[in-house]
Design a binder for this molecule. Structure first.
Ligand code: C2E
Ligand code: MG
Ligand code: MG
Ligand code: MG
Length: 286
């Protein structure tokens, strides 16, 4: 009996866990060099103004085009990149690519929109963040007001004073700031008013069951009300159905993002979406 117990202690990994671990190790090894091999790609997802139904922004979301594993989602490799620090060069590359892309859309005559880029904790901590961001804006010729940076609460709470300072400096450049995944973190209301955000993004977990779960509906309502009282713009993530959209519109949500409108798509496809959006605008103006 004792032997059996003893033996069972060594069964750390089931075969599935082993496969998962193996996959993580493979990804970890191969992530080095992925950027140089041009395997990291930026997809874009539109954000729709719920009042005018036009695209007001697109969020840059990266994927890893792995030679054998196909399109790897950021949920699988961002945590690895965070852990080994590769997120810093990858994040800088995304920022440069996204800003250059937005400038290219403007030069092609499409209506000006914001480009929204996720910042990771590691990037946010870099002492040269401000220089990197201003340098990229200068290099790409993109006006700061067409760039939005998304951060999460957990990242800000590491050092609140320093976060306030960094965010203020970014705001002074003219960049928009969004608090991503709102409602899932600390949601410390006391700190929220100290951070100079322009937007709150309601996490998609609340939007997901807003029609079926009264608690999610209550949280969604409360977040929208909070954003309004702090005069922040409010975006709902993960809008998948007409019913969700109608609910959010009725509650006064400003922007929506989700599969109901479009998933994240390659840059070429976004052009079509932006062209449709500008044409609509012209028709309304005419
Ligand atoms: P996020 O910033 O909250 O981005 C929104 C996520 O929700 C994206 O997942 C998007 O594809 C997904 N989404 C949008 N609409 C819907 C919907 O209607 N239904 C559902 N189920 N999902 C929807 P994605 O692209 O897999 O990215 C996951 C996370 O990875 C992002 O969450 C973000 O935190 C991180 N990420 C992506 N790109 C970058 C990046 O360039 N840098 C950093 N640091 N993080 C990134
Ligand atoms: Mg985001
Ligand atoms: Mg995010
Ligand atoms: Mg989010």
């Amino acid at each position: 009996c004792q032997t059996k117990q003893h033996r069972s202690q060594y069964q750390f990994y089931s075969p599935e866990m082993n496969a998962q671990l193996q996959e993580r190790l493979t990804l970890e090894n191969e992530l080095y060099g992925a950027l140089e091999r041009n395997e990291i790609v930026v997809y874009y997802q539109p954000l729709i103004d719920l009042h005018t139904r036009q695209v007001t922004a697109v969020e840059a979301l990266i994927r890893w085009q792995h030679p054998t594993m196909g399109l790897v989602s950021p949920a699988q490799f961002i945590p690895i990149a965070e852990a080994n620090g590769l997120i810093v060069p990858i994040g800088e590359w995304v920022l440069r690519t996204a800003c250059a892309q937005n400038r290219a859309w403007q030069l092609a005559g499409l209506s000006a929109i914001r480009i929204s880029v996720n910042l990771s904790a590691r990037q946010f901590e870099q002492p040269n963040l401000l220089q990197v961001v201003s340098q990229i804006l200068q290099e790409t010729g993109l006006e700061a007001s067409y760039l939005e940076l998304e951060v999460t609460e957990s990242l800000l709470m590491v050092d609140v004073e320093r976060s306030v300072k960094t965010l203020k400096q970014l705001r002074e450049l003219g960049i928009w700031l969004a608090l991503d995944d709102f409602g899932t973190g600390y949601s410390s209301l006391n700190y929220l008013k100290r951070f100079p955000f322009n937007m709150l993004k309601i996490d998609r977990s609340f939007v997901h069951d807003v029609m079926s779960n009264p608690d999610s509906a209550a949280v969604t309502d409360a977040i929208i009300a909070l954003a309004k009282s702090l005069r922040l713009n409010i975006t709902a993530e993960g809008v998948e159905t007409q019913e969700q959209l109608e609910y959010l519109e009725m509650r006064g949500c400003d922007e929506g993002q989700g599969f109901y409108f479009s998933p994240a798509v390659p840059a070429e496809k976004i052009i079509q979406i932006l062209q449709q959006s500008s044409q609509q605008r012209e028709t309304i103006a005419a």
